[in-house]
Design a protein around this ligand. Structure first.
Ligand code: NAP
Length: 529
């Protein structure tokens, strides 16, 4: 592996920035790691955008096979560099080696999923309405439509996923698959990991014979350099994973541009878990064990961490909460990703502890070592919860809030008051599920994924996954940031009217040379027209 230079990638060149600079910190020991990472300059932002603008039409003209080869070239380079990536990421994030290896596997899998998708080609939603010159009173024109890439996309890396939601993560993979150039804003917590990964992507761009503006990666403050990037007129969309404040700031910037652009921000989610009586009576202890595992997995630093537990006060529920409290008390502390995230967790837990309507049910053991988060379980009654929206704010870390409901009516009031989340979970017997269709419909209205008798952490990357939900979990609740449907965020429909066959994209030509599935005069088929 090349030694780290600490400089941004501006196409195939490296920035010559001389500052300001920062060092990454090992959160487990609170010690600085050696390399200085230099903030990209305004000229770097200009150059990256200008290169991306030049690359956009070239990428838009690529066929599915060429895009697939490029995505696979990135994947194979990541595979080969896994030991270097793991070695750096474990130091910068304190995430265990096995977690890093698993996340790299997921990142490679995502790239290959999108490669398979664009190679097959059906995703493009080709539709053909053939002309009818004899139609009365007016002739019918020939209309053929399909999805086209938006153009240059900025991707903001996530602190909590140094691979799967970062430089070559889901946003980048889906934007490349759509045919868009990408400019990545590296996250200050894991710049070295980003630099290694950025080098692999640049190498794949070169090897695939693509223009250098296909990919750039900027180091430095998101609030300064990221904002300049978000305002740049060349940009056509933004992908983001992080805090509600950061995502909202980018949404506001994008909306205030002379030409507003979409922001696909995954921000904050409390992932409510509703527990019904029959499930608690039949397997309350098992639910408590599973739930504490889901709440504390990865030190609670998952966007799908269950931050609310909603139940009616019954004997089975009382004994379940006693068990859950005991498990939270015994749950180990863990190192958080950054000092900032640790402080946000500590502040959030302190605010909840001092809330007049909230009771502390359990705190785990604390060693006092740097950046360690102690699990915390709280309780409030339904009326307190419904009256105070601050109790719905995400506390990013291993904490959860039990909401006691006096009866089913109060539970309904609580569920009705819930803000948007990535997931909503229900534990119930089969009979309860059938009897509570209205409750399930309420959960569906506030979440992108409804989980029955399971736990929300652990996101499967697939064609059917939905990792999205109404605001504030996502800026645009119609989309998903994980899975093959994420590609649609970076596309728009174009209709070609009365084009001669040879001038049409191959996907829409009469002979169907790519053999893809198309909707022809309302009938799905793969044949010629
Ligand atoms: P963050 O503060 O939102 O930062 C994420 C990225 O966005 C960084 O590159 C940051 O740049 C940039 N950014 C922040 N504010 C910005 C603004 N106003 N304009 C442009 N760019 C901006 O998130 P974080 O550092 O990962 O963690 C902070 C908190 O976010 C956590 O404590 C947690 O509450 C929440 N979080 C939630 C999730 C989730 O999945 N729900 C995931 C991660 C974090 P700079 O900081 O370099 O300026």
């Amino acid at each position: 592996m090349q030694p780290l230079s600490g400089q941004s990638f501006i196409g195939f060149a490296r920035s010559q920035s001389t500052g300001p600079s920062q060092r990454c910190v090992n959160p487990a020991t609170a010690t600085e790691l050696p390399t200085d990472f230099f903030q990209a300059t305004s000229a770097d932002v200009e150059q990256a955008c200008s290169l991306a603008q030049a690359a956009a039409p070239v990428l838009a003209a690529l066929g599915g096979k060429q895009k697939a080869a490029f995505l696979r070239a990135i994947a194979s380079r990541i595979e080969a560099a896994t030991p270097d990536l793991v070695a750096r990421a474990t130091q910068e994030t304190a995430l265990p080696e096995a977690r890093c290896q698993g996340e790299i596997g997921r990142t490679i899998g995502q790239l290959r999923l999108f490669a398979d998708l664009v190679e097959a080609g059906d995703w493009i939603d080709a539709r053909i309405e053939t002309a009818n010159p004899d139609r009365k009173p007016l002739p019918k024109p020939d209309h053929r439509s399909m999805l086209r890439p938006l153009g240059p996309v900025a991707v903001f890396c996530a602190s909590n996923f140094p691979f799967a939601y970062s430089v070559a993560g889901g946003d980048t993979a889906s934007a490349f698959a759509a045919g868009c150039p990408v400019i990545v804003m590296a996250h200050h917590a894991h710049c070295g990991t980003a630099e290694i990964m950025g080098g692999l992507v640049v190498d794949a761009v070169r090897a695939s014979g693509l223009p250098e503006g296909t990919f750039s990666m900027l180091m430095g403050s998101g609030r300064i350099i990221g904002q300049q990037l978000a305002k740049h007129p060349v940009l056509r969309a933004i992908g983001f994973t992080g805090s509600r404040a950061g995502g909202r700031a980018l949404m506001d910037t994008a909306a205030a541009r002379a030409v507003p652009i979409p922001v696909y921000a995954e921000m904050s989610s409390v992932n409510p878990v509703v527990l019904l009586e029959g499930a608690l009576a039949s397997r309350g202890d098992a639910i408590a064990t599973g739930l504490v595992g889901s709440c504390t997995l990865g030190v609670g630093q998952f966007c799908t961490q269950p931050g609310l537990v909603i139940l009616e006060r019954t004997a089975a529920a009382e004994s379940f909460v006693t068990k859950l409290s005991q498990l939270f008390t015994e749950a180990a502390e863990g190192t958080m990703l950054t000092a900032g995230i640790h402080k946000a967790y500590t502040d959030g837990v302190a605010a909840r502890t001092s809330h007049a309507g909230v009771k502390v049910l359990a705190r785990g053991p604390a060693s006092g070592q740097p950046n360690r988060a102690t699990p915390a379980l709280f309780a409030a009654d339904a009326k307190t919860f419904v009256a105070d929206a601050s109790l719905q704010e995400e506390i990013f870390g291993p904490s959860s809030l039990v909401i006691w409901c006096a009866n089913a009516r109060e539970r309904e009031q609580v569920v009705t008051a819930l803000h948007g989340s990535l997931t909503a979970t229900i534990h119930a017997t089969d009979a309860e599920l059938i009897a509570n269709a209205a409750l399930i419909a309420q959960l569906e209205a506030i979440a992108g994924r409804v989980v029955v008798n399971g736990f929300p952490t652990g996101v499967e990357v697939s064609h059917a996954i939905v990792h999205g939900g109404p605001y504030p979990s996502l800026s645009d609740g119609r989309t998903t940031s994980v899975g093959s449907n994420a590609i649609y965020r970076f596309t728009r429909l174009v209709c070609y009217q009365n084009f001669p066959d040879a001038a049409l994209p191959a996907e829409l030509q009469g002979s169907n040379p790519l053999g893809i599935s198309r909707l022809v005069n309302g009938v799905r088929q793969t044949g010629a027209v």
